[in-house]
Design a protein around this ligand. Sequence first.
Ligand SMILES: CC(C)(COP(=O)(O)OP(=O)(O)OC[C@H]1O[C@@H](n2cnc3c(N)ncnc32)[C@H](O)[C@@H]1OP(=O)(O)O)[C@@H](O)C(=O)NCCC(=O)NCCS
Length: 161
Amino acid sequence: MEGRTVRQSRVTLTQIMGLTDANVLRNVHGGVIMKLCDEAGGTAAMRHARQPVVTVAVDSMGFHSPVHIGNLLTVQAEVTWVGHTSLETRIIVTAENLMTGQVTHTNTAYYVYVALDETGSPTAVPPIICETDEERALFDEAAIRQEQRLSRRRHERPINL
Ligand SMILES: CC(C)(COP(=O)(O)OP(=O)(O)OC[C@H]1O[C@@H](n2cnc3c(N)ncnc32)[C@H](O)[C@@H]1OP(=O)(O)O)[C@@H](O)C(=O)NCCC(=O)NCCS
């Protein structure tokens, strides 16, 4: 299977945060940001795989500072690593105050997806081509993260109800 570059997966989503996005403190609800991250990460993963993908893990979703109603949220995602059927994406969220132009980096997250074939079974994805030193460093770090995720998975088995 022919490889695809990190660049080919890159995606940017933007959305103005409105009143329906608010939590009780009148900032943007964390779940709204997580959903947009999932949409951006899933889009980057599908751009790479050119197959449907499902989210298999949300790894380290950090909230550095609040997002305010009226801010323009920008969510950038790219594939950082691929295994056989799984892909890791890095997602960076920034919030722009449209009155002052100040842009704040509010979140970094790593979401992992699995590509599925027409029967719903995991299917192989193309290799990733890292073109820059930063992409190579992210790939090496992602491989370590994936090992840690799989090690944690052993303690997160579904409970027999
Ligand atoms: C994703 C799913 C199909 C994987 O099924 P599975 O039986 O665990 O499949 P496998 O064990 O063969 O794992 C498939 C890949 O996922 C990876 N994976 C599985 N669990 C993982 C986890 N917790 N973290 C990271 N990767 C994981 C495996 O390492 C494997 O990757 P590889 O092929 O690159 O080596 C299944 O778990 C599922 O359907 N989950 C629900 C998905 C969902 O509904 N998401 C929310 C809505 S999109």
